[in-house]
Write a protein that binds this ligand. Structure first.
Ligand code: ATP
Length: 244
């Protein structure tokens, strides 16, 4: 069977600046795979290329391919990536609507499945069970949430859109340690229910503990890969990313 996601020889650039120099990796259905690396290594660029998110100053794919179940998705519009491939990106910066309430933000994410009333109701409950803080704040305007709560809302929105493949960009960013634990516990629960996760993290220790397999990205290239236990024991990885 074809791999859920396969990235081969991916090159991407911003204007004249190369950010990815031929990146290869894959994700199987049901896996948690992490991409780790220092600032500027190309992690976010990789996620943006996959999700086809194209902000005006976003990266352009120059070479290589991104296949989903064997089919190239390079020609797909971003909204098709979410609706047809069941893939959702929760970006750094979170893209929630600050002037809407938590509940309204979740509701917007169900637009594509608005006829599935019973399913939507169950999913609200699921999000609020996973993130009780969101339940307490469901009528609160989203701009007044803390950074961590906004991060939870971003993941909640991905769930409401019924995605089965979550691309996460630094879900631990800005979270207090207790909230990081809550977040990763919730993500683990989702993975046990079958959600595939591609996780980009600067916190390599945390990411390698959480994921099944990992890839280390350094200035636009994959420099190490393998099961997380193996990467955690790799002297180079330890020295460069795990604080010795
Ligand atoms: P971080 O952990 O700091 O978020 P990252 O691994 O996600 O880093 P990217 O954001 O993918 O790194 O950046 C990869 C390279 O592309 C960097 O050299 C960065 O300066 C460059 N870059 C990123 N965004 C832009 C942009 N909009 N215009 C020009 N160059 C960019």
């Amino acid at each position: 069977m074809s791999r859920l996601l396969e990235v081969t020889g991916l090159r991407a650039r911003y204007g004249k600046i190369d950010a990815l120099h031929g990146v290869d990796f894959h994700v199987e259905r049901g896996e948690i795979v992490t991409l780790i690396g220092a600032n500027g290594a190309g992690k976010t660029t990789t996620l943006m290329a996959i999700s086809r998110a194209r902000p005006p100053d976003g990266p352009r794919v120059k070479a290589g391919d991104i296949r989903h179940q064997g089919q190239s998705i390079l020609g797909l519009a971003p909204e098709k990536v979410v609706s047809e491939l069941n893939m959702a990106l929760t970006p750094t910066g979170r893209r929630i609507f600050g002037n809407l309430t938590v509940g309204e933000n979740l509701s917007l994410a169900t637009y594509a499945r608005r006829d599935d009333k019973a399913g939507i109701k169950r999913d609200y409950q699921r999000v609020y069970d996973l993130f009780p803080r969101l339940a307490e704040r469901r009528r609160q305007r989203s701009e007044s949430l803390s950074g961590g709560e906004q991060q939870m809302l971003a993941v909640g929105r991905a769930l409401m859109s019924r995605c089965s493949f979550l691309l996460l960009d630094e879900p631990s960013m800005g979270l207090a340690p207790l909230l990081v634990q809550d977040m990763f516990r919730a993500l683990q629960a989702l993975n046990r229910e079958g959600m595939t996760i591609l996780l980009v993290e600067q916190n390599a220790k945390l990411a390698l503990k959480f994921a099944h397999r990992g890839y280390v990205l350094s200035t636009g290239e994959i420099v190490a890969s393998g099961p997380c236990a193996q990467l955690m024991d790799d002297p180079e990885v330890k020295k460069a990313y795990l604080g010795g």
